[in-house]
Ligand binder design. Structure first.
Ligand SMILES: [Zn+2]
Ligand SMILES: [Zn+2]
Length: 134
């Protein structure tokens, strides 16, 4: 999932969660001076979507001055990732909750057992034969 564009409610909840503190300069700002910065992939292709489905890996909350600088420099992807990595576990969890994202263990899709299906067909057939009096 992509959290962008985040709704006004989601954005406000994030600003509350970070207590108005810019993740780069660590200073407190009124919520109107804070912006959500969309983490851009290594290839710089924003259209390709987020690097991770996890909402807390898709943005930085920055004051407008830091946000402008980040785009001007621009700050390499791995340094943006370092900023996100500094977040405490409880904060990550709270971010995921805002966007209703659940970390799920990986399950391979379409996992079925052919032998089991064969066995099931076979036993149904035997049952039919039995009913038919054969
Ligand atoms: Zn800042
Ligand atoms: Zn940005």
């Amino acid at each position: 999932m992509s959290i962008f564009p985040a709704s006004k409610e989601e954005t406000d909840e994030l600003k509350d969660l970070f207590q108005g503190i810019c993740e780069w300069c660590d200073r407190e700002y009124p919520s109107s001076s804070l912006v959500l910065h969309f983490i851009v992939r290594d290839d710089g292709n924003e259209q390709a979507g987020p690097q991770s489905p996890d909402p807390q890996k898709q943005f930085l909350l920055l004051c407008s001055a830091c946000h402008t600088d980040l785009h001007k420099i621009p700050l390499p992807y791995h340094l943006q990732k370092d900023l996100m990595r500094a977040r405490p576990q409880a904060l990550r969890k709270a971010i995921r909750e805002i966007f209703g994202y659940k970390l799920a263990p990986y399950e391979p899709p379409g996992d079925f057992d052919l032998a089991e299906i064969y066995e099931e067909c076979f036993s149904l057939r035997s049952l039919d034969l039995f009913r038919a009096g054969g």
